[in-house]
Design a protein around this ligand. Structure first.
Ligand code: IMP
Ligand code: MG
Length: 182
């Protein structure tokens, strides 16, 4: 087991084994639902990159990928809900079966915004998979088509998610007891 020098003040929420098992389940379910189709994955940078890299290895249908870079205004534990695109899609999603890959659904503002932007480009279908869902925090009633784990209202890091750009490399999801989710 790697011993990260900074992890002592982080509480474990989902260990790496549990995440890997759930990602495999999601991959099987998605492969089944899209059987015979080509799935176009759109990963939302930066948080979703690790999840997407693991998920894609469990997809048995034909897959193409792209990434969208977005940045929320405000601080990382207090996003304002205003979103800015920092990297646009490389290829058109028109007519494609698009599955957006997100790290976490919190208030729902980010995905609500993305859904508007992406559906304007006329995909054949548009669905969302999120690794984590803080359903109790929703401000806009969006829901994911596939959810890895519903989690309580705590600020989480690891497995791609950051606090102040740190902790992304952890193989598990931990929470910062001292940073209240607001
Ligand atoms: P939203 O509130 O659903 O718009 O989520 C905004 C964004 O805030 C997410 O895509 C994440 O990047 C980030 N975020 C929300 N909750 C957490 C958390 O607990 N840890 C790390 N990032 C978070
Ligand atoms: Mg995100």
């Amino acid at each position: 087991m790697r011993n990260f020098s900074f992890q002592q003040n982080l509480e474990m929420l989902l260990d790496a084994g549990k995440i890997q098992a759930r990602v495999a389940d999601l991959g099987a379910q998605i492969s089944n639902d899209y059987r015979g189709q080509t799935l176009h994955l759109v990963g939302v940078l930066k948080g979703a990159w690790m999840f997407m890299a693991d998920l894609i290895r469990h997809l048995t249908v034909e897959v193409t990928i792209d990434f969208l870079g977005i940045q929320s205004y405000g601080s990382s534990s207090q996003p304002s809900g205003e979103v800015r695109i920092t990297k646009d899609l490389d290829v058109s999603i028109a007519g494609r079966d698009v599955l957006v890959v997100e790290d976490i659904l919190d208030t729902g503002r980010t995905f609500h915004y993305l859904e508007g932007v992406l559906s304007a480009h006329k995909p054949r279908s548009l669905k969302l998979v999120t690794l984590l869902d803080k359903a109790s925090r929703r401000v806009i009633p969006v829901r994911a088509d596939y959810v890895g784990f519903e989690i309580p209202d705590v600020f989480v890091v690891g497995y791609g998610l950051d606090y102040d750009q740190k902790y992304r490399q952890l193989p598990d999801v931990r929470f910062l007891p001292s940073v209240p989710s607001v």
